[in-house]
Design a protein around this ligand. Structure first.
Ligand code: 5J7
Ligand code: CA
Length: 512
């Protein structure tokens, strides 16, 4: 009885903060705009074998088709109904993906757009991804159904009906975000429709939700919805397991709304993480890697047990939103790999790896005119499939950062060192740093313009280790640099400032 009570209490404590990852996995990957069929295949052929624990998928519900510009990525953030059909696939393909990913121990997290429907200027008709009719002019969404009674408006007091002042919490929650029809989430009817949508996804087998635009919803309305969600499907998860909740709140400070208001509901996206890490690795604002010694709460970030962290996301990789020019992306591959490598080695937060598609940037006055471009598409504007090349990179303009050797190997590093303390910090006062994770792993960076040759205490058992950045362990050999740890735990590291990747990482599962 006492044990049962203890289990219940522990369950409540971790609950919606726990990503429910399987078999030692510690990271999730955002397969932005991927088709369900490609994600199912990726779970089986790549994610499960390489220790990825879950996938954040693009919104699976019916959305407005936007043709001007031609099929931008953000049309998927303009819901028409909760039917499961989009450019990523139909309901049957979605179900097949969730089943196949769960069967190999990879969780699916759905990007849930519950703050709003499509834009007020979205017109009317049936030009939607599932062919449902809608009329944005009179706020009619018969496929849900929602009517004009289900939207805020009356509670918004700005002249435009849109959010005009982010310093006013009432506007931010009750007015339209850039004209998007704002749902009245205090209404029992609206909550019921959203709960039914999310519970349908849970019954299919999803493991949790990214709550889009959480800043624009009252924390109490979110809780009224999430507290009515079912437990995860017991075909794949222990009975009583709560859905993982992570809320998109862009809080860089200085606004009426703060991340902490959302901690009771689940985890929160820590946007300071990528913005600050970008500054450090780019050496902007006088930052240097030595300052990373107290990274995490020491930098004013939210507490570790509430943070969902990432180097870039689908929005700020386009120069939009939080962080601006400091954000590291695949366009700056050498710096990006250092940033993602640091994130995955450091114990703070639940980590999300970004996986993107390529587009041609067109900067005019520092603003990318092509920030709207949607996924690689065929002539009929259907999304192109992800092809896999012989060297395991992706084709058809899918970047697949998660398949880059350095990033994939750091996902494995994080799994290997999971639960180990942050130890053996070293820095040169500038942009050379190193740290360990107990006796399981060690990483060292040279982000200076001069070479590095140091002997450091790694905390690892004696032996020969494969650097998992320049190569990896294959059979009984290293394909890249080898590092010898002495009987005292020390090792010599030489990193040229012009190395392809100026960092080295070794861990217990890459020991010869
Ligand atoms: C919300 C925030 O609280 C915030 O701090 C932020 O930086 C961005 C947003 C934001 O969220 C959205 C969520 C959605 O589900 C749908 C959306 O359309 C948005 C959205 O538009 C949005 O803000 C855009 O980006 C900001 C950097 C600008 O300051 C905003 O004005 C807004 O820009 C608008 O983008 C343009 O004004 C408008 O002309 C254009 O049509 C529109 C295109 O849509 C987007 O760029 C979508 C962005 C988006 C951002 C997200 O974080 C997200 O999770 C989903 C979509
Ligand atoms: Ca709102």
């Amino acid at each position: 009885m006492k044990l049962l009570l203890l289990l219940v209490v522990v369950g409540l404590c971790t609950a919606q903060y726990n990503p429910n990852l399987k078999s030692g996995a510690t990271s999730i990957v955002h397969l932005f705009e991927w088709r369900w069929a490609d994600i199912a295949a990726e779970c089986e052929r790549y994610l499960a074998p390489n220790g990825f624990g879950g996938v954040q998928v693009s919104p699976p519900n019916e959305n407005l088709i936007i043709t001007s510009p031609n099929r931008p990525w953000y049309e998927r953030y303009q819901p028409i109904s909760y039917k499961l059909c989009t450019r990523s696939g139909n309901e049957q393909q979605f179900r097949d993906m969730v089943t196949r990913c769960n069967n190999v121990g990879v969780n699916i997290y759905v990007d849930a757009i519950i703050n709003h429907m499509c834009g007020a200027g979205g017109g009317s008709g049936t030009s939607t991804t599932c062919g449902s009719s809608y009329n944005a002019n009179n706020k009619d969404f018969p496929a849900v159904p929602y009517s004009y009674l289900d939207f805020n408006d009356g509670k918004c007091s700005t002249a435009s009906g849109n959010i005009e002042n982010y310093g006013d919490a009432n506007q931010v929650r009750n007015c339209r975000l850039v004209g998007l029809l704002d749902l009245a989430l205090e209404k029992e009817y609206v909550r019921g429709k959203i709960v039914a949508y999310l519970n349908n996804l849970l019954s299919i087998g999803v493991a949790g939700f990214r709550l889009d635009a959480a800043k624009h919803m009252w924390p109490g309305d979110i809780l009224a919805i999430t507290s009515r969600l079912n437990n995860l499907n017991t075909q794949w998860f222990a009975s009583g397991t709560r859905p993982f909740i992570f809320q998109e709140v862009i809080d860089l400070g200085g606004e009426a709304i703060s991340s902490s208001q959302y901690f009771g509901n689940g985890r929160v996206t820590e946007f300071k993480y990528g913005a600050k890490l970008g500054n450090v690795i780019r050496k902007l604002n006088g930052e240097r890697m030595a300052y990373l010694k107290n990274w995490g709460e020491g930098w004013g970030f939210m507490s570790n047990d509430r943070a969902l962290v990432f180097v870039d996301n689908h929005d700020n990789q386009r120069g939009h939103g939080a962080g601006g020019a400091s954000i590291l992306t695949f366009f700056d591959a050498r710096l990006y790999k250092m940033g993602v490598g640091f994130m995955l080695a450091h114990p703070y937060g639940v980590t999300r790896v970004m996986s993107s598609y390529r587009w041609t940037r067109n900067f005019v006055n520092g603003q990318d005119k092509n920030d709207w471009i949607g996924p690689p598409s065929n002539s009929d504007m259907s999304t192109k499939s992800v092809t896999i090349n012989a060297d395991s990179t992706c084709g058809n303009d899918w970047v697949c950062e998660h398949r880059w050797r350095q990033i994939k190997n750091m996902v494995i590093f994080r799994n290997t060192v999971n639960g180990q303390a942050f130890t053996n910090w070293w820095d040169n006062g500038g942009n050379q740093i190193a740290f360990g994770r107990g006796n399981r792993g060690f990483i060292i960076f040279n982000n200076e313009s001069f070479n590095m040759d140091v002997t450091l205490n790694t905390g690892l058992p004696a032996g020969t280790y494969c650097d998992v950045i320049s190569g990896q362990k294959e059979g009984t050999r290293c394909t890249g640099t080898q590092i010898t740890v002495s009987s005292t735990g020390s090792a010599r590291f030489i990193i040229s400032s012009s190395a392809a990747d100026p960092f080295i990482a070794i861990h217990a599962n890459a020991k010869l």
